[in-house]
Design a protein around this ligand. Sequence first.
Ligand code: GRF
Length: 207
Amino acid sequence: MNRILGVLISGRGSNLQALIDAIKHGRLDATIAVVISNREDASGLERARQAGIEAICISHHGWLSRDDYDRALVDELRRRNVGLVCLAGFMRVVGSPLLDAYPNAIVNVHPSLLPSFAGVDAQRKALDHGVKVSGVTVHLVTAELDDGPIILQRVVRVLDDDRPETLADRILQEEHLAYPTAVGLLLDGEWRIEGRRFLRARTSAAR
Ligand code: GRF
């Protein structure tokens, strides 16, 4: 996998910003070749342009099938020699054309400790369930929603007076730390997948 990233977004792009900042400050050795949003009004597009990164909208409307849309994404990513696809608030299920084009090379950040609270509204689900800790999961993307091998997790305590917004804010702070770190781990390449497990080379050397 090369160090050229393509970032897919649907909204404000604060995790995109975390990647941009980590690259700018030398904490992540990578280049963002393109930011693609499925929504024209995603404010993350403007963040990318402010940082001098090409940012385009490819709407998910008007395609004959989901696969056709995914193939269009693959075309744009390949055209720019993207090696790792970073989902950053991309509100679409990734289908087989994209998964086949980028095996073990699509990464996502999710605002809960997976496998708890997959899907949308994870922070509210955590509060409703009454868990005492939640957090962040960065994982490889597979065909199942929020289910791929876990690269990194960070824990966030749930407070008695939390509302979904306050918990989401604290989780987001952790996302901004965890996401660039996990992307860096992936790019360093010294890892393998065993079953569901993402294992770093260091783990086997330490045995
Ligand atoms: C984040 O909470 C992320 O975990 C989830 O969607 C949200 C996106 O936020 N996948 P942003 O667009 O990166 O600010």
